[in-house]
Design a protein around this ligand. Structure first.
Ligand code: FMN
Length: 401
């Protein structure tokens, strides 16, 4: 048999194999191979595309962590300390279901979009574009606000939460008004971020001379020649300054309890990193916690969030859901968190990369990629439903879990 015949036989063998069946590549048929969106085969590819497209100051603003960026590295490195332990043949994995239920809402996947401020440095009207993608992918989104017209158009997410720091509420009446207006708009719940009452030192942006307000407005202003276009009243991000004395006291656990009492909807606390604070969230009647270090952009040296997850899950004791975000880039990362007891996993930078590269289509594709990776990883580990995952599916290289 000559070489050409041998190759033809090999091709026929693969074509006949169920592994390479049309069903398997069904979605390939429908996607346009000339569409650059499909050049990105994983989330990291979107980072490369986004970096090539974004203003370097905007890229650093999104990418950076605070101070030594130790927590930023830890968010990723900590996943490497966890090893997946598949359990084969216990279940039929011919069909894998990654859907879940959170606060009584069915979600097609346990992956959601975290709140990210300053999206206009990524793309004009970035919040709205993100909401459109969340709607298209039926994905839970925590919004910083400003998506009302997307919601009215029916194109927004069905499950969406409002971000707040709760610092703006000075009375229970104000809390009730805030919650009532959210309720009218169909909001699912309130997510209170508790790690941002003081702004951290993000030193890449300091070196770059970034004016943080640009990211809430029109992005980085540049003159025709490319120089950054500063205005006399621009405030640069600087070190060596004491944090300003805030106009009002910052919220306490009691404030959050009051907010929850005033709101006829769930209230979750974002930024929890210890079992003690998770216990307090339970004690103060809150609906859930998000284990988060703000994408390593606030307090540095707090470790990776996945390292904090086990103690928070233990402290929650099944009474409230424990969500997590920080450094999730792969289906295997999500798998590990679910196995450790997380109810859902949030992503920040990955969808901002999708947004920068392709607008709402990019955000949607990032969600699709992560969902598909998770499903594949579950199927390859003997798991056909999210509820089957437990601690027996992971072990730590360094210490017992
Ligand atoms: C550019 C940017 C802006 C962010 N702004 C906020 C914010 O305003 N409020 C908040 O609670 N978290 C904010 N975060 C943190 C995210 O909600 C989330 O905790 C984090 O991005 C998750 O980590 P990851 O980016 O590694 O996925 C921001 C993150 C980024 C990258």
């Amino acid at each position: 048999m000559d070489r050409r015949n041998a190759l033809r036989n090999l091709a026929q063998f693969f074509a006949a194999s169920p592994l390479f069946s049309e069903r398997m590549f069904a979605d390939r048929k429908h996607s346009d191979p000339t569409d650059a969106l499909h050049d990105a085969v994983n989330v990291f590819d979107f980072a490369k595309l986004a970096k090539a497209k974004m203003d370097p100051l905007a890229w650093d603003y999104v990418d950076e962590g605070s101070e030594d960026e130790a927590a930023l590295k830890a968010n990723r490195a900590a996943f490497e300390q966890l090893i997946i332990r598949p359990h084969f043949l216990d279940r039929d994995v011919s069909r894998v279901d990654v859907s879940t239920t959170l606060f009584g809402k069915k979600l097609p996947q346990p992956i959601y979009l975290c709140p990210t401020g300053g999206k206009n440095c990524v793309m004009k009207d970035g919040e709205k574009e993100t909401a459109i993608a969340a709607g298209a992918q039926d994905t839970m989104m925590v919004t910083s606000g400003g998506i009302d017209d997307v919601l009215r158009s029916g194109k927004g997410p069905k499950v969406w939460w409002q971000f707040t720091t709760a610092a703006e509420f000075r009375s229970k009446e104000k809390m009730a008004d805030f919650a009532a207006s959210l309720k009218d708009k169909g909001c699912t719940g309130i997510s209170v971020t508790v790690d941002i009452y003081h702004v951290s030192h993000r030193e890449r942006s300091m070196h770059n001379g970034l004016v943080r307000a640009w990211c809430n407005l029109n992005g980085i202003p540049r003159k025709a020649g490319g120089e950054v276009d500063y205005k006399p009243d621009d405030i640069l991000w600087a070190s060596g300054e004491m944090p300003p004395v805030l106009r009002f006291p910052t919220p306490t656990w009691d404030t959050l309890r009051q907010l929850h009492e005033a709101a006829d909807m769930p209230v979750i606390v974002k930024g929890v990193l210890t079992g003690e604070d998770t216990e307090k969230a339970v004690k103060y009647g809150l609906s859930g916690v998000v284990v988060s270090n703000h994408g390593a952009r606030q307090m540095d040296q707090v470790g990776g969030t996945i390292e904090a997850l086990p103690e928070c899950v233990q402290a929650a004791g099944g009474k409230i859901p424990v969500l997590i975000d920080g450094g999730f880039r792969r289906g295997t990362d999500v798998f590990k968190a679910l196995a450790l007891g997380a109810s859902a996993v949030g992503i920040g930078r990955p969808y901002l990369w999708g947004l920068a590269a392709f607008g709402n289509r990019g955000v949607a594709r990032v969600i699709e990629l992560l969902r598909a990776e998770l499903a594949t990883d579950m199927g390859m580990s003997g798991v056909s439903a999210v509820s089957q995952l437990d601690r027996s599916f992971v072990r730590s290289r360094v210490r017992p879990l």
